[in-house]
Design a protein around this ligand. Sequence first.
Ligand code: GLU
Ligand code: ZN
Length: 329
Amino acid sequence: MNQTLTGRLAPSPTGAQHIGNARTFLIAWLSIRSRGGKLILRIEDIDSPRVKQWAIDQAIEDLTWLGLDWDEGPDRPGHHSPYLQTERTSGYRSMIEELKSQEMVYPCTCSRSDVLAAASAPHELHSKGKSSLADAPIYPKRCAYRSAGRIDQIATPFSWRYRTSTHSIQFHDQVFGLQKTIPAVTLGDFVVGKSDGSTSYQLAVVHDDHDMEVTEVLRGDDLIPSTFRQLDIYQFLGWKPPQFVHVPLVVGEDGRRLAKRHGDTRLSFLRENQVSPLKLIGWLAASCGWLDRPMEIAAADLLPLFNLDVIPRKPAVFDAQALDFLQGP
Ligand code: GLU
Ligand code: ZN
């Protein structure tokens, strides 16, 4: 079967999109468009308490302002509709049922504080110390003896945890090279179904990327641990995974990930303050090594300059000089 090169832009409408998100979206868009592939806009709203229409509209406006486009999305439905994760939950439920029937998930009654307490207990520090990969406490497997088929005796609320692989999982990242880990050791069993019946990001994203026939997932390098979790699920289900590409994030002058303390870097704020999107694109392009210095340029004009190999392997720093460039004449 001939697979169409397909990428996706997957904003979470939990907060406003900022300069860091813009950089990842720009690179993802260029990677696909420079090779004539198609793009899907998917709104990852399952973690929001309810659908925030304004945030969805704002994400669409932000992307449009940047000069990015897509072939399918909530505003232009196509083959892979619907595009809001909150409208795709029946697919997630059948996936969990499948994992249950194969005993690949187990009911976990531990609360968040149980997990934290157990993970920081002295005997756990050792296994924790083995890995710099884990982005969350490693679950100590307290409930791993439980069976998915025997939940009738459980009186307390429980979540569904995925039994991570005890063998090595690897992938070739086009920016970071060969990535390899043993998920059971470095990441631990993770939640795929929450106690309130909702689905976790890890499961929803695998379901959707597979279902939407996505062939390239390009996102921030903070998600490398999640990529291993997701590959673990792909392998168990025998699904062909997409190509994964991770790119460094944008940080402030203090080296910390861009946040409120670095001033207002929301795209909507820049837009309202008449900052030219061409300037932002130019600054981002220079940060990716495609221009010698920031200048006004449109996203589409970067298509011939796009090159993953020259993107610095360290975070891009949004500093006072960058702000001056954006706000200057
Ligand atoms: N929705 C996620 C975010 O905005 C992206 C997840 C992904 O690309 O897999 O951070
Ligand atoms: Zn548990």
